[in-house]
Design a protein around this ligand. Structure first.
Ligand code: ZN
Length: 517
C-alpha cells in the first residue's frame, strides 16, 4: 500500500469515527417512550472502494406501563414506543424491538412527516433495518397524536359556531379532561338525537385519534349533510379520556398504572379520576334522556376495523339488532371493512359500555369501535393504515351514524317504503334481521309492488338505494344488510317524487330507501 493510500484510509477512518461516533437514543419529548437500549454489535463495512459504512446492531425494549395497583393480575403493557435517534446519518442500523408488536412502524426526520418503513426494511416482525439519510430520526409505532397537537386542533375547532368546549374534570396528574359539544344552536335541542364519543382511554392507540379527528372535521365541513346532522343531533366528544397516559407515552394505562377501560364498576376508592369525570358528566347529561349512541374509540393490533358487538344473550335481541344495523351501515360502501371483521363479546359492567347498558338498556347503543395500526381485513398485501384511509373511514362512519339516527338532508334523503297490496305482506318485529325502526313488512312473494314518496329539494339526478335487510346472525356476505343501488332519478325542479319498485329489490323486506344527490 502506498503512503498516499495509507493516508487516505486513515483519513477515512478518522473522518468516519469523528462524524459517526455519536449515536444516542432519546425519549425526552412529549408522548415519547423507550425502555432499554443495548448495542449488540458495531462493524465497519466497505460500502464502496473508497468509503466505509458503520453498521450498528441494537436490541431495544419498549417501556412498560407502571404496575396496575387495581387489577393486580394484569401484566403491564409495553406496546407504545416513540423515540429519537441522533447521529445516524449514513449508517446502517439494525434495531430489534423485543416486546412490541412491530410491523412496519413509522419514521420521520422532522417529527412531523411520518413514513412507514418499507417491507424490505422490516421483513421480520420487530426488526428494523435501514440506512438513514439524515442525522436525526424519530421512530414510532404509529403517527403520533399528542396533547399539544390536540390543543392546536381544539383551538381551530373552537372557532366554529357549532362548537363549545368545556373542562369536565382533571386527570390524576391535574391535566384538563376536555369535552366539545357540537350542535346547531339555532335549532331547539328538545328533539335532537344525542351522541357521546370518547377516545384515547388507551394512550398507545393513536390511529383512533386520527379517525376521531377526521370525523369531527367532516362534521364541521359545512356540507349540506353535515349541517343537517348538526341541526338534528348533539355530539358530546371527549377526544382524550386519558391525557396523562398520552402525554407520558404510556401504552394502555393511566399515570397510576390503572387500565381505566375496565375501571367503571369499582368502588369509589378504586375509581380513577378520569372515569369519575366521565361518569359524572354522562350522569348529568342523561338525567332526563339517554344517549342514542355511545362510541368508545380504540385501536387494536389485529389487522381489522371492528365493532365489539355485545351478544344478545348478555343484552337483548333488540340491542343486538341495533348494533348490527350500525355495523352494517359502517361496512356499507367501505372496501376496508367486512362482516367477517366484527367481534363479539358479552357486555360487562367494568367497561363503559356495560355501565351504560345498566343505566340506559336498549335506548343507547354503546359500543367500542376499533381501528387497526397495520392493514385492513387481515390482508397484509392489501391496503395499509394511513391518514388518508382513516379519513375515508371517518367520512363513512359519519354517514353510518346519521343513517343509524335516521337523519335526512337535502343531499341524502331517507324514505320509508310502502307496499301497494298489504295482503301479500306480513308485519314483523323480528330482531334476527337487520332493519330500521321497530318493525318491518316481509313477503316471500316475487314482484310485489312497493313505493316510496320523497321530496326532492331541487333539480338534479339522485341515486336510488334500497335497504336489503338480511340475517343479523351469522351474517357473512356483502349481498345483504346494505344499501343496494337500484337506479337513478333525474328531476327538472323541486318536487315530490313517487318511486316505484318491487319486493325483489329489497330481499322481500319493505323498510327504507335512500336517495343521494
Ligand atoms: Zn384500546
Amino acid at each position: 500500500m502506498t503512503t498516499r493510500k495509507i493516508f487516505l484510509l486513515l483519513l477515512n477512518i478518522f473522518c468516519s469515527s469523528f462524524l459517526f461516533s455519536q449515536v444516542h437514543f432519546l425519549s425526552d419529548f412529549e408522548s415519547a417512550s423507550i425502555g432499554s437500549v443495548k448495542l449488540l454489535d458495531s462493524v465497519w463495512i466497505k460500502s464502496t472502494p473508497t468509503d466505509s459504512m458503520l453498521t450498528l446492531s441494537y436490541e431495544i425494549s419498549s417501556r412498560f406501563d407502571p404496575q396496575n395497583p387495581v387489577d393486580t393480575s394484569l401484566s403491564p403493557s409495553a406496546r407504545w414506543y416513540y423515540f429519537r435517534i441522533t447521529g445516524v446519518k449514513g449508517k446502517q442500523l439494525f434495531i430489534n424491538i423485543r416486546n412490541s408488536e412491530t410491523i412496519r412502524p413509522f419514521y420521520s426526520y422532522d417529527n412531523k412527516n411520518f413514513k412507514r418503513f418499507e417491507y424490505v426494511e422490516n421483513i421480520n416482525k420487530g426488526q428494523i433495518n435501514k440506512i438513514f439519510t439524515q442525522d436525526t430520526v424519530y421512530i414510532c409505532h404509529f403517527i403520533p397524536y399528542t396533547c399539544s397537537y390536540l390543543d392546536k386542533r381544539f383551538e381551530e375547532w373552537s372557532e366554529s359556531k357549532y362548537v363549545k368546549t368545556e373542562v369536565i374534570g382533571q386527570s390524576q396528574q391535574g391535566r384538563d379532561i376536555r369535552m366539545m359539544t357540537l350542535t346547531d344552536r339555532s335549532v331547539d335541542d328538545a328533539n335532537k338525537k344525542r351522541v357521546w364519543i370518547h377516545g384515547r382511554v388507551h394512550p398507545s392507540e393513536h390511529p383512533s385519534s386520527w379517525h376521531l379527528e377526521f370525523l369531527i372535521d367532516k362534521l364541521l365541513d359545512g356540507s349540506v349533510h353535515s349541517r343537517a346532522l348538526l341541526a338534528n343531533t348533539i355530539f358530546y366528544i371527549v377526544p382524550f379520556t386519558n391525557p396523562d397516559g398520552v402525554y407520558g407515552g404510556l401504552s394502555r394505562s393511566a399515570s397510576t398504572g390503572v387500565n381505566i377501560e375496565i375501571n367503571w364498576n369499582r368502588p369509589d376508592s378504586l375509581t380513577m379520576p378520569e372515569v369519575k369525570a366521565l361518569r359524572g358528566k354522562i350522569e348529568n347529561l342523561t338525567k332526563e334522556k339517554p344517549f342514542d349512541l355511545f362510541l368508545n374509540m380504540h385501536s387494536q393490533i389485529s389487522g381489522t376495523i371492528t365493532y365489539w358487538i355485545h351478544t344478545a344473550e348478555s343484552t337483548s335481541e333488540l340491542m343486538f339488532r341495533k348494533q348490527m344495523l350500525l355495523s352494517a351501515l359502517t361496512i356499507n360502501d367501505n372496501p376496508l371493512f367486512s362482516p367477517a371483521d366484527l367481534s363479539f363479546s358479552d357486555v360487562a359492567p367494568r367497561y363503559a359500555e356495560g355501565w351504560v347498558w345498566n343505566r340506559s338498556g336498549n335506548s343507547t347503543v354503546a359500543i367500542t369501535f376499533e381501528t387497526p395500526y397495520t392493514y385492513y381485513k387481515n390482508d397484509k398485501s392489501g391496503e395499509w393504515v394511513s391518514l388518508d384511509n382513516l379519513k375515508s373511514l371517518a367520512n363513512n362512519s359519519l354517514f353510518a351514524i346519521s343513517d343509524y339516527l335516521g337523519i335526512s338532508s337535502d343531499a341524502r334523503i331517507l324514505a320509508d317504503v310502502k307496499v301497494s297490496r298489504p295482503s301479500g305482506w306480513k308485519k314483523v318485529n323480528d330482531d334476527s334481521m337487520v332493519y330500521f325502526g321497530n318493525e318491518c313488512l316481509i313477503t316471500n312473494k316475487q314482484k310485489q309492488r312497493v313505493r316510496a314518496k320523497v321530496k326532492f329539494p331541487e333539480a338534479g339526478t339522485y341515486k336510488v338505494y334500497t335497504w336489503v335487510a338480511g340475517a343479523a346472525y351469522n351474517w357473512s356476505d356483502n349481498l345483504i344488510n346494505r344499501w343496494k343501488f337500484v337506479g337513478s332519478v333525474t328531476v327538472s325542479k323541486k318536487c315530490t317524487y313517487k318511486w316505484k319498485g318491487t319486493s325483489d329489490q329489497m330481499n322481500g323486506v319493505a323498510n327504507k330507501m335512500l336517495f343521494i344527490k
